[in-house]
Design a binder for this molecule. Sequence first.
Ligand SMILES: Nc1ncnc2c1ncn2[C@@H]1O[C@H](COP(=O)(O)OP(=O)(O)OP(=O)(O)O)[C@@H](O)[C@H]1O
Ligand SMILES: [Mg+2]
Length: 214
Amino acid sequence: MVIGVTNLKGGVGKSTLTQNLAVSLVHRGYKVCILDTDLGQRSSMKWAAQRSEEVPAIPVLGTEADNVIKDAKENEKHYDIVLIDGSPQLELAQVKTLTASNLVLVPVSPSALDIWSMQQFMGKYEQVKAVKGDGIHGFIILNKFSGKTRLDKEVTEALDSLGLKVLKSKIADRVAYREAPINGMGVIEMKNDKAKKEVNLLTDEVISMMKKLK
Ligand SMILES: Nc1ncnc2c1ncn2[C@@H]1O[C@H](COP(=O)(O)OP(=O)(O)OP(=O)(O)O)[C@@H](O)[C@H]1O
Ligand SMILES: [Mg+2]
């Protein structure tokens, strides 16, 4: 199973969600690796370098746009789940990540700017979906979401009309997500019950989708 975490927009939480999902899935007993496609920042490679030996190891492999599909296929032989940490803007990496993935998670924050960039992203997604058909399933995951403001509600409605389902689980804006990478951790390995609970719910939802796709 290849899960791409991608969006054309920068800073929406691709790396944060990739790392937290990877940690959570490893603790559920899956064999997981991450492909870091972000040549500029290599956020997930840096994250892995901080990870202590006391927590389960998660291999992070750097890859380039041209090699994403090949590397995903190769690593799928050795891991239950290959998570792809998507890169912003690079069109080629974007299309290759979508092409390589069975499941696509698209982090979006409740902001008009994020919604506008989603319209552009949907163009790329539809292009790949036209070729892959049932071989690709995309979902929006709301990140830095409070659910309390009028904007949050309007954004959820606007996203519903784009044609990708919005996941039930949502991730709030919490310091824990900013702190966890310092030690290469996921929030479920830290003391923050609220963050832990929402990542566990997201993991449940992802696992149930994976089971449906098999
Ligand atoms: N739910 C959250 N709560 C608090 N901070 C968050 C949350 N999600 C992400 N962040 C912070 O927002 C910033 C951007 O997140 P991240 O690097 O994961 O995004 P990205 O989409 O991978 O960015 P890029 O496009 O640059 O690769 C980081 O400082 C991260 O710690
Ligand atoms: Mg990133």
